[in-house]
Ligand binder design. Structure first.
Ligand code: CDP
Ligand code: CDP
Length: 250
């Protein structure tokens, strides 16, 4: 026993001993925790934004609402009179859109040509058109690199990681994310939630278009953690997710 203890102590103090190198590496890993990526997908009004914002606050994460990106692009293309049916004009218009990011609190805001999105991106006109633009591969391709680039934005601003919400985050944008959640809720309950917010939004139609398109459809990816929030409060959903995240972090 004494022999083994002496051996371990010598190994520890020998400058380039494997044990010392191992202990140093372990210390480095615990003092600089690795960057975490949380993907949250689900249909309209399933609770993605509300849960993401709370998780971002709790775990010091950058919050990225990719739905707001599709909404901003839709608003901009409608403003320019570019219809989703005119592929040539749409492809040209996309090349003219210059994307940058501005932080608003913990949330990443997409700026187009230096301009932030305005409140109209949540209005009825964008609600009606957004899924048609989002179904076009060129639109999704334009956003792909920008969305993945949010990792660098989060790192530059000292966040512990990022939580990104949308329809294809766990399936296409970050299939190897540390945590992939898929939120479900009964369509009638989701329609009630939107109505309580005073919004005119035919969520069933958007879900139908989002799930049936060829390019990156709304799907619960294999291996994602599915949560049905129909009978759960927002707080209960957040606690479920946070418990899983904390378990893996500790
Ligand atoms: O808030 P809500 O869940 O109703 O919608 P959103 O997240 O703001 O997304 C608006 C629309 O953008 C969706 O209905 C999809 O058509 C599109 N979207 C998408 O195709 N892929 C994403 N990753 C996020 C949104
Ligand atoms: O982002 P997404 O469209 O998926 O949904 P949301 O904007 O986070 O949630 C839509 C509404 O449902 C909000 O007013 C939430 O407070 C509410 N909600 C709820 O009542 N119960 C839940 N479990 C989740 C969200």
């Amino acid at each position: 026993m004494i022999y083994w203890l002496t051996y371990v102590v010598i190994l520890c103090f020998c400058n380039d001993s494997p044990l010392l190198l191992y202990l140093r590496a372990r210390l480095a890993m615990t003092s600089t925790p690795s960057f975490i990526i949380i993907a949250i997908d689900g249909g309209a009004a399933s609770g993605k934004s509300s849960t993401s914002k709370i998780l971002a606050e709790r775990f010091n994460l950058l919050h990225v609402d990719t739905g707001s990106f599709y909404r901003h692009i839709t608003h901009e293309l409608l403003r320019r009179g570019v219809l989703p049916t005119n592929l040539a004009a749409l492809t040209l218009a996309l090349t003219e859109l210059n994307f940058t990011t501005q932080l608003q609190g913990r949330s990443a805001q997409l700026m187009i040509g230096g301009q932030p999105a305005d409140h109209e991106i949540r209005g009825q006109n964008v609600n009606e058109h957004v899924s048609h633009y989002a179904a076009i591969p060129a639109v999704r391709q334009k956003l792909l690199g920008y969305q993945r680039g949010q990792v660098a934005v989060a790192q530059q601003h000292g966040f512990r990681g990022l939580v990104m919400e949308g329809r294809d985050i766990g399936s296409v944008i970050f299939p190897a994310a540390d945590y992939r959640f898929f939120l479900h809720a009964d369509p009638i309950e989701r329609a009630k939630r939107r109505a309580r917010e005073g919004q005119l939004d035919s969520i069933a139609e958007r879900d139908r278009l989002d799930s049936s398109r060829k390019a990156s459809p709304l799907v619960s990816p294999t291996g994602a953690i599915a949560i049905d929030s129909t009978f759960l409060t927002l707080e209960q959903v957040v606690e479920k997710m946070a418990a899983m995240i904390e378990k893996k972090l500790s």
